[in-house]
Design a protein around this ligand. Structure first.
Ligand code: SF4
Length: 261
């Protein structure tokens, strides 16, 4: 959409290596590649690299300038950092949120504290810190509910444990409120009943579920009819649960719903 698609920084890399614009949102990717190896994702095909904050900021300024008054919010996402890079990610969050106070910042990440991916106390202090620096929203994606599928498709996230995802999300909802905390669930990989259990679990704790269609690394349209039926069924059942708990299905931003059901 914007010229930054072709624009390069002085280091010869495309601006889109670091930032992308979708509608009224800029997405920042502080990590190239990923520490995790989720089986459906092509992000981890690339080598793991931390981008420095100055370079990210130069790319961000170009996207912001091109988007002008259209830009309303920012998502910091991309690959999951290695634990040794937790401090670096905290520096990225702090720098951007404090520097560009006029924009709403959402962070997409796995549950984590300052130092640990499993310590519940550390979760609590980290969420408090993010709230204090001014984060708008958090997206902590459970992705799958069924243990066997979690183990097979998202091994590192499964190691953190679904119960820790839920504990993190509960803390986040308590601190930020329902409208500012969401979680993606992939539709089309595990049995529908499990996806629905995941939706109900999120609604029970006041977290907004986001239904995200499964997109395999190698795409095929062979079973597209079956797949469409699955998506429709899940959407219908998820809407009933959403009404029962009075928790909306996300995302709440219309322009950000292009890759959701
Ligand atoms: S953690 Fe996210 S970016 Fe990394 S491999 Fe899994 S889905 Fe892809």
């Amino acid at each position: 959409m914007y010229a930054s698609k072709k624009e390069k920084l002085a280091n010869g890399n495309l601006v889109t290596e670091y930032v992308n614009t979708h509608g009224d949102r800029i997405r920042i990717q502080p990590i190239g590649g990923c520490a995790n190896s989720c089986r459906f994702c092509s992000c981890n095909d690339k080598s793991y690299i931390k981008y420095d904050i100055n370079t990210l900021d130069k790319a961000f300024k170009i996207a912001k300038e091109e988007g002008k008054e259209n830009i309303r919010h920012v998502l910091i996402s991309g690959g999951t950092p290695k634990q040794q890079d937790y401090d670096y990610m905290t520096q990225v969050y702090t720098y951007f949120i404090k520097t560009y106070k006029e924009l709403e910042f959402d962070i997409m990440m796995a549950p984590r504290g300052f130092k640990s991916s499993k310590d519940l106390n550390d979760y609590k202090y980290y969420i408090e810190y993010l709230e204090q620096i001014g984060v708008y929203g958090l997206s902590i994606n459970i992705e799958l509910y069924n243990d066997e599928f979690r183990k097979k498709y998202i091994p590192q996230k499964n190691e953190i444990g679904l119960q820790n995802y839920i504990a993190f999300l509960e803390n986040a909802v308590n601190k930020l409120g329902t409208k500012r905390v969401r979680s993606c669930i992939i539709v089309g990989l595990e049995p529908i009943e499990d996806t629905i259990k995941g939706v109900e679990l999120l609604c029970q704790i006041g977290c907004i579920p986001v239904l995200s269609p499964y997109v395999p690394k190698v795409r095929s349209y062979q079973n597209s009819k079956v797949y469409l039926d699955t998506m429709l069924k899940v959407r219908e059942q998820a809407e009933k649960i959403s009404n029962k708990y009075n928790v909306p299905l996300g995302p709440l931003c219309k322009q950000c719903s292009y890759n959701t059901i």
